[in-house]
Design a protein around this ligand. Sequence first.
Ligand code: ZN
Length: 207
Amino acid sequence: MFRSGESKRVAPARSGSNVDASVWYPPFMTHGRLEVVCGPMFAGKSTRLLARCAELAAQGLEVQAFKPASDDRYDGARHIVTHDGRRLEATPIADANEILAAIAPAVIVDEIHFLGDAVVEPCMRLVRGGRIVIVAGVDRDHRGRPFAPFPAMLCEADRVDKLHATCARCQGPACHSQRLVASDQRIVVGGAEAYEPRCRVCFEPAA
Ligand SMILES: [Zn+2]
């Protein structure tokens, strides 16, 4: 929280309910922060989100979660659901600007690759307003190319968790999502029937 050489500020004694929030809130509350969780499918991104949510709750921070309405896997239209079935209530959104309605000090947005670059500015508006924003999603598409909005999000991030899955072929560290069904669409919503994690060696990009 404090840089070396900087004198530690001591919060003044409380007097009644007259508390200056800018003094009492820790620095990250007044400056905002962007955290990015990314990797291929089956890397544990939603599990990491739920863990961060629990850490923030332990600090007394309320968390509000959002997810694209187009992601309806695992009966999860109103929840962020891990592959092993744990869930966190989330508001489905059709437009990235809907996250600006968030009132909690910490905001989570899952599966941001469904929202594209349109989600960057709303997230940064919340961060500039002092919020903790944590976003998660798949950072490479089925051809292995950077998936919007990750080039911009990774540049803006204060903290990055790049996760790996286990390669379905060789058990090595997987950074790619191998599409198993034929489609020219850049976005195909699916789970284990449509994708499997692959390492750089085993990945076969779509033509
Ligand atoms: Zn492999």
